[in-house]
Design a protein around this ligand. Structure first.
Ligand code: ADP
Ligand code: MG
Length: 366
């Protein structure tokens, strides 16, 4: 049973297309993250689902109902914002009770719902306090509770953790995941932080320039990014991307870098590269798939060390290849210096190839 369906959803502000032809389906109980850089249309998409702004075109279904023209209050949704906006003069209990009192529910029903929600969120001991007597994380839990008491079909959350400090954010990340797990709730969660999306969501909808780029599980998006934008947006440090020419050398297909190095391709990568629309490609690789060598090696790509960042468990290095920065992770025991000449070995099974013109992932023709 699909809980939320967006069909060709469009929102224009004059000439600005904030959201363009976005379609995706959120199943009942799924946690979906809308993720992308600032200004890509995440909040607009969420507000369209909530009914806070009207659609320019398209259709939205929640549960079994087309809600495109319904008021927010008739959509069976609850929102949690970055700015939790608790009532400062009300106790936590009354902050939670207020949406129910507005709906004229009985005292007993309200009391039960508030206490149930407080239990789920582990804030029972805070019910008599006022917001100023709470930490940021506790306030955020009360904001979640206020959505929870309404027992909506769908929770909509817009960057609910971005006002918290880094440590609390990581803690609340697992609390919201737990909230989702315990309630089996349908959640649509907006974040600009790809790590939040990857760690929390069942599926992620990656947006860029108002367009949906890819909608899939974090694992699939990470393993098979559909284009260079998604490839570089998801994962940290970012996937390295090197523009190359597709060429032939000694009867085999190779990639040729701007400075003249060549990288012979495996059979399947050769078939992918041959599908390039303009004879150019972009070679992508994640930091953990690369091997560093101190001496030249056939098929390894020459570069120069730019910076070295030991983090304790792992050392990250930035290597300049042609004019591009290549991120690589190294065992902390490896000692390299800035400006040192190095060679990078790519893993043929884990490298990515994108079309030089369309930026789309190249597929091997059958
Ligand atoms: N009320 C508005 N009027 C005009 N342009 C808007 C309005 N709201 C959003 N936009 C534009 O739409 C685009 C998407 O905005 P938004 O959905 O807030 O992005 P995000 O939440 O991903 O940062 C941006 O270019 C923004 O400037
Ligand atoms: Mg936003």
């Amino acid at each position: 049973m699909a809980e939320v369906v967006l069909k060709d959803v469009m929102k224009a502000y004059g000439a600005v297309h904030a959201v363009k032809d976005v379609s995706f389906t959120v199943e009942h109980g799924e946690f979906v993250a809308l993720v992308g850089p600032s200004g890509c249309g995440k909040t607009t998409t969420l507000n369209l689902i909530a009914g806070l702004i009207p659609l320019t075109d398209g259709e939205i279904v929640i549960g079994e109902r087309v809600v495109t023209d319904l008021d927010p209050k008739d959509r069976d949704i609850a929102m949690v914002f970055q700015n939790y906006a608790l009532y400062p003069n009300k106790t936590v209990f009354n902050n939670l009770a207020f949406p129910l009192q507005m709906r004229k529910q009985s005292r007993e029903a309200i009391d039960k719902k508030v206490r149930d929600a407080a239990k789920v969120l582990d804030i029972t001991h805070l019910l008599d306090r006022r917001p100023r007597e709470l930490s940021g994380g506790q306030q955020q839990r009360v904001a979640l509770g206020r959505a929870l008491v309404r027992d909506p079909a769908v929770f909509l959350m817009d960057e609910p953790l971005s006002n918290l400090d880094a440590k609390l954010r990581v803690q609340m990340r697992s609390e919201i995941k737990r909230f989702h797990h315990n309630l089996n709730a349908t959640i649509i969660y907006v974040t600009h932080d790809q790590l939040e999306a990857v760690t929390m969501a069942d599926k992620m909808a990656v947006m860029h320039g108002g367009c949906l780029q890819q909608y899939d599980t974090p694992a699939n998006v990470f393993a098979n990014p559909i284009n260079t934008f998604v490839a570089s947006f998801v994962g940290s440090p970012a996937m390295s991307l090197i523009p190359v020419d597709v060429a032939t050398e000694g009867g085999g297909t190779v990639l040729r870098g701007a400075s003249g190095w060549t990288l012979p391709l495996s059979a399947i990568n050769a078939r992918k590269a041959q599908g390039s629309s303009n004879g150019k490609a972009v070679l992508g690789a994640r930091h953990s798939t690369l091997k560093l060598h101190r001496t030249a090696l056939p098929g390894a790509v020459p570069g120069k060390v730019y910076s070295v960042e030991p983090t304790g468990d792992v050392t990250f290095a930035q290597i300049i290849v042609d004019a591009e920065v290549v991120n690589i992770s190294l065992d902390p025991s490896v000692v390299i210096q800035p400006d040192e000449a190095v060679w990078i070995e790519f893993d043929q099974d884990r490298m990515h190839l994108f079309d030089g013109q369309t930026t789309m992932a190249l597929k091997a023709a059958e």
